[in-house]
Design a protein around this ligand. Structure first.
Ligand SMILES: Nc1ncnc2c1ncn2[C@@H]1O[C@H](COP(=O)(O)OP(=O)(O)O)[C@@H](O)[C@H]1O
Ligand SMILES: [Mg+2]
Length: 789
């Protein structure tokens, strides 16, 4: 050991043997000490100055243990300091720390002895150090793990070296490093290092965990934020702005005035909508539903016009005649006004097509100042059409009632349930029962459409039904209806309707000026007679429309001169007449009788033909007849057979022939007992070989005893008879009372014959002498075959 060595007091730095380090020497005495070194090539003592604040540390101000270091290289820096690279050789004690006369600081180094002490303790601690080191090293320097050092530790270095290598690397403060440097007992030194390493590792773990937690907390809030931002960007790309949309819905939910219960559900759906991707099919489903729910008129309604006077003016202005019907309608409106909360029955207009049922419904709405919507029930088979499909169904829609309300935009429109009698029912539920719920005042305040899936109050709606006949309307539904009957029109009424209403309306809808066509009542009558055969005015309207179409074309093609519509022009435009009133030629042969039928399209005449051919006995019936009508045929046949001999008919004819009853227009289904009398008469006419009196028509059911029973639809039948040019009508005497609501002209124009039994009918049809014909006398010797009991 040298007597003196230049000494450097280091601030905040402890050097360990076996390491190479750069140190910067800036203080005057130290620089001088360097000079001493450079001159004498002496090793350098480096020692910690625990109090870093002292500028000129004295002997008591430096640690007792330091190191001897060899200077490898020095570099003079421009600011007068020196930078030196030193290799640390060994620990040393130092004494006699003082400034030399030359000015540098010197000290006398002494040998530092390390005691191995407890060998087992050393081994155990060393093992632990080696275990901990890699973790701690990677934690303290995560970006550049000291590979070289780690490798060095793997080499078989001794425990002392292990401490010296690790100490500067594991983030110790100077005082701690000094402890490790100055500890003479190796076991203790190692244990101390273990302690430091454990602590470092704990710190490291804690630090990573805190960092991770902070990161996670950041991540979660950031993640949603980022996703939303991305979604926005995507939607912007697609030209959609979901947020505007969503807030628009929020506003609409409030505006629509929906009940709180429904609003809650709507908001729930809206929340869902926010989370669904716009491209997902669910998105559209949710959106469409929201569109429906906010568009419904939850509270919007129109103020009713309460003046009956005005209501009457509207009805009269739009419809000709129909006095009784209009009266009933006004009474209905009056009652509604008086009994505000009244669970009023549902009006139902019943009558043949084209008599103005639907258009009266519209007029009622207009009279009340309400919106009007029509629901065509014809052929409706699926309950879902009334009540809607469940929302989850692809392409689901609300039912027609809800659709109509949305279109109307008010919660109190008039809804016309058109053709109640045409509603079907099959395996997909029963639309009629769904309709019942719609119409039932007890239930319809909370009508639940499957699609809306929220109750909607229908109690403000005024429902008006229409039907051609009452029979097919399900009984439960029928009970709720207040039936108002409409009948067919007579020719005069049709002319008036044509002149005052159809004509005007069609001119307007075809854009033709009034007065352009000179259209006389006679021409209307001609059209009615020759081109239509109906109870109402639907075909008439259609034919008239054809005329105006042609007129419009004429004008557009340059012929703008007003013109007179005459028969020739009608024939040119509408073709030859479709119907001929002459009946005579069709009934001038035996076996043909005109019956009167009552169908849902009004009354009609029905030709009944009887014929016989040689062959086995029997009765063939054709012409799409229903069971009741077939049975009625058989009854007629039986009665005729029974009576035949009385009128001089050989009963053998029934044995040798097959009889055939046929009703032409075979494609149209016919049913009912009311043709019984006519069928019997046709058979008699055939058997006696005499045609019936021309222009005679008949209706009435026949019993096996030959009594004539009353039948329905007298008014429609009479109207049809007149349309067809019939002059005499035979009907059961019990039907006389039904004639009172037949227009006076009809009562005056036709001759009515009221009968009670078949003989009377035949007297009228074949002349009174028929009844006095000699009875059939069996020829001498002939066998009696097939006699009727
Ligand atoms: N009495 C009438 N006065 C005026 N127009 C009528 C009258 N009756 C029927 N119409 C017209 O005849 C056409 C057919 O009537 P519509 O209401 O469709 O008959 P329905 O519903 O009874 O079958 C409509 O244009 C209607 O305005
Ligand atoms: Mg109609």
């Amino acid at each position: 050991m040298p007597r003196y060595s230049p000494a450097l007091a280091l601030r905040n730095l402890v050097l360990f043997p076996g390491t190479i380090t750069n140190i910067t020497i800036g203080r005057g005495p130290s620089v001088l000490a360097m000079d001493v070194h450079l001159d004498k090539k002496l090793d350098l003592i480096c020692v910690l100055q625990p109090d870093a604040g002292l500028e000129n540390p004295g002997p008591g101000d430096v640690a007792k243990v330091g190191v001897l270091a060899r200077i490898l290289r020095t570099l003079n820096l421009p600011d007068g300091s020196v930078r030196a690279m030193v290799e640390v050789i060994e620990r040393c004690t130092l004494t006699d720390f003082h400034d030399t006369p030359e000015g540098g600081t010197c000290a006398t180094p002494g040998r530092f002895i390390t005691k191995t002490g407890d060998l087992k303790g050393v081994q155990a601690a060393e093992k632990r150090v080696r275990e901990l080191a890699p973790d701690v090293l990677t934690m303290t320097a995560p970006d550049k793990p000291p590979e070289a050092l780690l490798r060095a530790l793997e080499l078989n270095v001794g425990p002392e070296r292990v401490v010296d290598h690790l100490a500067p690397q594991v983030g110790l403060v100077a005082a701690e490093s000094q402890e490790l440097l100055a500890e003479p007992d190796l076991a203790k030194r190692l244990e101390r290092l273990v302690w430091f390493l454990e602590r470092a590792r704990e710190y490291g773990i804690l630090k990573t965990r805190i960092a991770a937690e902070v990161q996670r907390a950041m991540d979660e809030s950031q993640r949603e934020y980022h996703l939303r931002e991305q979604l926005k960007a995507i939607q912007k790309e697609l030209g959609e702005t979901v947020n505007d949309e969503v807030s628009a819905y929020e506003a609409k939910i409030v505006e629509s005035g929906m009940p709180e219960e429904v609003a809650k559900e709507a908001r729930r759906e809206l929340d869902r909508l926010k989370k669904i991707h716009v491209d997902a099919s669910e998105y559209m489903v949710a959106r469409t539903w929201l569109d429906w729910i906010v568009a419904m008129p939850w509270t919007k309604q129109t103020e009713d016009n309460t003046s009956l006077h005005e209501a009457k003016a509207v009805l009269d202005g739009e419809h000709y005649g129909l006095e009784k019907v209009k009266e009933r309608l006004l009474e209905f409106l009056a009652v509604r006004q008086l009994k505000k909360d009244a669970k009023s029955p549902i009006l139902c207009l019943v009558g043949p097509p084209g008599v103005g049922k639907t258009s009266l419904g519209h007029s009622v709405a207009k009279a009340l100042g309400r919106k009007v919507e029509r629901i065509a029930l014809g052929g409706m088979k699926d309950e879902a059409e009334i009540r809607g499909h469940r929302r989850t169904y692809v392409g689901a829609m609300p039912g027609r009632v809800i659709q109509a309300l949305r279109r109307a935009g008010t919660r109190n429109p008039v809804i016309i349930l058109d053709e109640l009698d045409k509603i079907g029912n099959d395996f997909r539920g029963d639309p009629a029962s769904a309709l019942l719920e719609v119409l039932d005042p007890e239930q319809n305040a909370n009508f639940r459409d499957h699609y809306l899936d929220a109750p909607f109050d229908l109690s403000h709606v005024l429902f008006i039904g229409t039907a051609n006949t009452e029979d097919p309307i399900p009984a439960a539904l029928h009970d709720r209806l207040e039936i108002i009957r409409l009948h067919g029109y007579i020719e005069e009424e049709k002319v008036a309707i044509g002149e005052r209403h159809l004509h005007k309306r069609l001119l307007e809808s075809h854009g033709i000026e009034a007065g352009h066509v000179d259209f006389s009542a006679a021409m209307l009558q001609h059209m009615i007679r020759s081109y239509t055969r109906e109870a109402g005015v639907r075909s008439l309207e259609r034919e008239l429309a054809a005329i105006y179409r042609k007129t419009a074309r004429r004008i557009v093609e340059g012929d703008a001169a007003p013109f007179v519509l005459d028969e020739a022009l009608i024939t040119k435009w509408l073709g030859p007449p479709k119907h001929h009133p002459e009946l005579a030629e069709r009934t001038d042969r035996p076996g043909i009788v005109i019956g009167l039928a009552w169908t849902e399209s009004g009354g009609d005449i029905l030709f009944i033909e009887a014929s016989k051919v040689a062959g086995p006995r029997g009765l063939k019936i054709t012409g799409s007849l229903g069971n009741v009508m077939k049975e009625s045929c058989e009854a007629a046949m039986t009665y005729v057979r029974e009576q035949a001999e009385r009128f001089g008919i050989d009963p053998k004819v029934f044995v040798d022939n097959e009889f055939h009853l046929h009703m032409p227009a075979g494609a149209i289904p016919k049913d009912g007992p009311s043709a019984g009398v006519a069928m019997a008469t046709a058979l008699v006419s055939l058997l006696i070989g005499k045609p019936i009196r021309p222009n005679l028509a008949m209706t009435g059911e026949i019993t096996l005893r030959g009594k004539v029973l009353p039948v329905g639809g007298i008014k429609e039948k009479v109207l049809a008879a007149r349309r067809a040019g019939i002059t005499d009508v035979v009907m059961p005497s019990l039907c006389e009372r039904d004639l009172h609501d037949v227009p006076q002209v009809l009562r005056d124009e036709l001759t009515y014959h009221f009968v009670e039994n078949a003989d009377e009918v035949w007297g009228l049809a074949f002349g009174a002498d028929f009844l006095t014909r000699p009875a059939f006398v069996k020829a001498e010797g002939a066998a009696v075959v097939g006699a009727v009991s």
